[in-house]
Design a protein around this ligand. Structure first.
Ligand code: NDP
Ligand code: OXD
Length: 316
């Protein structure tokens, strides 16, 4: 089948460079980035990141929407979204990026990285207390694809790992908790909280002061630590600052923020106990993700079911 005979793709990404996606997708299929007719009958697939609202609602032959990220809040934000399957990214390459980032942040807090960097700036030669990873519990809030992969890596380094999810998710070597009733015991047993939740109606604002207060403070680290690599609207930036000021939190690593890019006026930028990264924990790399995306389209056209479909009711 020639490129022209295969289902045509509308590539609609904002806030990132569409060119590499376009180049790779068009090796197998026709790709357009604009449509003049909102009811263009030639479009079968959309590949999207923060697509323009209302863009997809009237395409009569749209068969599926492919998210270029693991999260799909940016797609679901459009209330006029048509009722076609939404496929999200689940891929070894993205997972590897995330587990690398989570491991980096956990180890840095665990090994007093922030304090040593502050000492170096002042030319201070002082040894700080050292703890073994086996004395520390990392709690992963959002125990899905990325959460479970992070758990594997952390377990291999000797950390205790707790996992919290919506439904029961038993996992070897991990103390798992679920639902509202599982949240307090999960937090009470956690020294370093890693947030890997999707943003939904249920999870928005969940990382607030009351939640942070429930983390274990009397621990080998000398306080509780927050690492948010999920979504910014899960957290209340002001509550994190308050928790850092009154000792509820010792340190934080934040990759995501209520407003992105993080406004230059935010005190989080210069807080001595906060590490800021620019929503870069696990960047979608088209070189690794376009191949599987095209393979899914081809399999779908052969009659096979799509994989990694979003549960629109649950919102992720
Ligand atoms: P998954 O859908 O595989 O996992 C989501 C997890 O969150 C599941 O364990 C799910 O529970 C749990 N969850 C959802 N809602 C609730 C709730 N109300 N209460 C308790 N648990 C809940 O997603 P991924 O692991 O692939 O990705 C997680 C998120 O990471 C993405 O949605 C995205 O926002 C973020 N992300 C951030 C990136 C970055 O660069 N910063 C890069 C990639 C992703 P259950 O298991 O019961 O379904
Ligand atoms: C994603 C992201 O959801 O990069 O994949 O945030």
């Amino acid at each position: 089948m020639s490129t022209k005979e295969k289902g045509r793709i509308l590539l609609s990404v904002t806030g990132m460079n569409p060119r590499p996606w376009q180049e790779l997708l068009s090796q197998e299929r026709e790709v357009v980035t604009e449509i003049s007719d909102p009811q263009d009958p030639t479009i079968n697939y959309a590949v999207a990141w923060k697509q323009r609202p209302n863009l997809l609602s009237r395409l009569p032959n749209l068969r599926a929407i492919f998210s270029v990220g693991a999260g799909v809040d940016h797609i679901l934000a459009d209330p006029t979204l048509p009722d076609v399957p939404i496929v999200r990214i689940v891929a070894d390459n993205l997972t590897q990026h995330m587990t690398d980032h989570v491991l980096w942040r956990v180890l840095d807090h665990h090994t007093q990285g922030l304090a040593y960097r502050a000492q170096q700036k002042r030319k201070v030669w002082r040894e700080l207390p050292q703890r073994a990873s086996t004395d520390i519990s990392v709690g992963i809030m959002g125990f899905g694809e990325l959460g479970r992969a992070s758990a594997r890596v952390l377990l291999a380094c000797g950390f205790h790992v707790n996992g919290w999810s919506r439904r029961e998710r038993p996992f070897p070597g991990v103390a798992t908790f679920h639902g509202d009733r599982g949240l307090t015991p999960f937090l009470n047993a956690t020294d370093i909280l890693v947030v890997l939740l999707p943003i939904t109606a249920q999870t928005a604002g969940i990382v607030n002061y009351d939640l942070l207060r429930q983390l274990r403070k009397r621990n080998g680290l000398g306080g509780a630590v927050l690492i948010n690599v999920g979504r910014g609207r899960l957290q209340k930036d002001a509550d994190i600052l308050r928790a850092l000021e009154d000792g509820t939190l010792k340190e934080a690593s934040l990759d995501v923020f209520e407003i992105e890019p993080l406004p230059k006026t935010s005190p989080l930028w210069s807080h001595p106990r906060v590490v800021v990264t620019p929503h870069s924990a696990a960047t979608s790399d088209p070189a690794h993700l376009v191949g599987p995306m095209l393979a899914q389209m081809a399999a779908f056209e052969r009659g096979e079911p799509l994989k990694n479909i979003v549960d629109r009711q649950a919102g992720y």
